[in-house]
Design a protein around this ligand. Sequence first.
Ligand SMILES: NCc1[nH]cc(CCC(=O)O)c1CC(=O)O
Length: 318
Amino acid sequence: MAHSPVLIGTRGSALAVTQTTTVANALSELGGFDVELVRVRTEGDINRAALSQIGGTGVFVAALRDSLLRGDCDVAVHSLKDLPTGAADGLTIGAIPGRVDVRDALCARDGLTLAQLPEGARVGTGSPRRAAQLRAARPDLEVVDIRGNVDTRLGRVAGLVEGAPGDLDAVVLAAAGLARLGRLEMVSEFLDPSVMLPAPGQGALAVECRTADAAEGPLSRALAAYDNNAARLTVTAERALLNRLEAGCTAPIGALATVTEVRLHLEAVVCSDDGAKVMLRSAATAELDEDGARALGVRLAEDLLAAGAASLTDLAVS
Ligand SMILES: NCc1[nH]cc(CCC(=O)O)c1CC(=O)O
């Protein structure tokens, strides 16, 4: 084992391979071992149905986890926002690297901002969270359900990608994914979290490994060194909220934690999924430690439940 490379599992999409390569290089450098990428196809890549209809959470994740548990890879790299909040038997999140831009980004034709889009403009997103917040900001927009990888979605915007005719005025994508793919020039506006709260965990990666390998050895040391405290605290708070609401990554819930000098601040929104312009938004702060972060997420979730969050969206069914 000592001389064989550490096998790093990844989905096959351009975004996944880009972010996994970043992680693999960092771990190799920190741990002084060789790494090798292992591509794993996931249900989310194969199934073309609308993401919200594939059923259950973690469609991008299950195959990578199976591969870890079988020993086909030693480490799996996930986009954190795609990772179900429940613990996986025998697996541990060994590292959460520093977060990149957490915001959602509007990629519109002709450089238009959200405010500049003409009345009735067609905006594509497959995310109920983005759809609800778009409708709240601009009730006149026509929100169009789209799927596909980042390039496919950008190609839907008229005049944005050469050779793609495009049938939409804009799409909304995570700035993080666009940045990792070198496509930030497609962004016409970075949406402020006061308008569009990102998904819990957006802009963060999870480096998962077998629990037994997290305890000792070069891989465990590399993971510990790669872990970023602010990223772990903010993601812990956001995911504790999501978990308490018993919701998954397709629920119309936004959450963003930020570290101020001495406190952790968490803001969240629960949207109604019937297209009505109803949202519940709340915020709270806590001490800067992992228990405090978890408690903060639970507390804010309970505030939202007390305010009627469960009547806005079907929270128990992910
Ligand atoms: N649900 C798909 C997904 N999962 C992770 C990212 C990239 C952004 C990130 O790492 O948070 C994306 C694309 C998108 O939402 O635009």
